[in-house]
Design a protein around this ligand. Structure first.
Ligand SMILES: Nc1ncnc2c1ncn2[C@@H]1O[C@H](COP(=O)(O)OP(=O)(O)OP(=O)(O)O)[C@@H](O)[C@H]1O
Length: 330
């Protein structure tokens, strides 16, 4: 099917989250930063969708806009069957609580003056406890701390500076889970952590997804990390989607020249220093004045005049694999 690429899944599949035509722009001196341009994203219930791309390609802007923090410049975000655009403040806050954000720097995400037992339920203090209070706050906190692999006896009374980065990230995840969200948006949740701790946090997110029946958007620049945790991967370049594909066998199946560039840059075992950074990293073109046509053309080995004149649309070249390139074929 050579479709428009506006839907990456079958129409009859229910969605946990649908994002259509998302645009994020920032007015700056000298112009407008086109951080995210006409992004489409579908998330199945229970699925993890990875968003992969170099620094500055718009991953975080997209994640924040989905959370309406701040709302996008244009486009729609539909959580389950609730479209967030145009909701009144109170309804928006309620809908937003069903999506939680886990960020890169867990230490600064936590109020340094509060104890772990209070940090975990901060959101609930704002949103109300609902039916959870029947269990009692302490039991609830302990259950969540245990679920994220922390010993409540040890950490309950501690403040963030008394914990490691990995422990702080576990507290952040517990805080998110406390609100019983449908969707977790993880923005580089392990990139500030030691490599040994990264694997533990990835395992925890995987377990939490299953146990709490979450759907996840997992944003990162590290190919290995994204591939490891995701069911499908969306590759972004300069605010646009280049390719969406199943993560299984991605090294063999990826078709877009930019995805191939990212994969070629994945270091060999002996080359841990370069982990995740493209080998031929060059400065990205300015998102204030992105290249015409295909935004990747200035770095692309396949580029022709057509790429400057005509923007490639996502085409489904194999089942479930969508590629925005004039030249590659399955
Ligand atoms: N508030 C802002 N004002 C102006 N420009 C911004 C703002 N936030 C982001 N940008 C720009 O938008 C583009 C996309 O940034 P974004 O942080 O979304 O990318 P990213 O892929 O998440 O990168 P990183 O991993 O480095 O955060 C970049 O050029 C960035 O400089």
């Amino acid at each position: 099917m050579a479709g428009s690429g506006t839907a990456h899944l079958r129409h009859d599949q229910p969605r946990a989250l649908t994002v259509d035509d998302l645009v994020v722009e920032f007015p700056v001196a000298g112009g407008t930063v086109h951080a995210v341009s006409n992004l489409h994203l579908d998330l199945l219930p229970g699925e993890t969708l990875g968003i992969l791309g170099e620094s500055g390609c718009g991953k975080s802007s997209a994640g924040r806009a989905v959370m309406q923090l701040p709302p996008p410049t244009a486009g729609t975000v539909t959580l389950g069957d609730v479209e967030l655009t145009g909701l009144k403040e109170k309804e928006m806050r309620r809908a937003r609580a069903r999506m939680q954000l886990v960020l890169q720097d867990p230490v600064s995400a936590l109020n340094p003056r509060r104890k772990v037992k209070d940090l975990v339920v901060e959101g609930l203090e704002i949103w109300g406890w609902g039916e959870r209070d029947q269990r009692g706050k302490d039991a609830f906190v302990d259950e969540l701390l245990t679920a994220v692999g922390l010993d409540p006896e040890v950490v309950r009374e501690r403040r963030p500076h008394e914990l490691s980065g990995g422990q702080c990230q576990r507290v952040c995840i517990a805080r998110s889970l406390a609100l019983d969200p449908d969707v977790l948006i993880c923005d580089e949740p392990v990139s500030s952590l030691d490599v040994s701790v990264q694997a533990q946090i990835l395992n925890l997110l995987e377990q939490a997804r299953e146990r709490y029946r979450l759907s996840m958007v997992f944003i990162a620049h590290d190919v290995a990390v994204v591939k490891n945790i995701s069911d499908r991967v969306m590759v972004m370049y300069l605010g646009k989607t280049c390719e969406v594909l199943p993560s299984d066998g991605l090294e063999r199946t990826a078709l877009h020249p930019y995805t191939r560039l990212l994969l070629d840059s994945v270091p060999r075992e002996s080359d841990a220093e370069r982990r995740g950074e493209p080998a031929k990293a060059v400065e990205l073109p300015s998102p204030i004045d992105p290249p015409s046509g295909c935004r990747f053309r200035t770095r692309c080995p396949l580029a022709t005049d057509r790429c400057a004149a005509e923007e490639p649309q996502l085409r489904e070249l194999r089942p479930g694999q969508f590629v925005a390139c004039h030249h590659v074929e399955a």
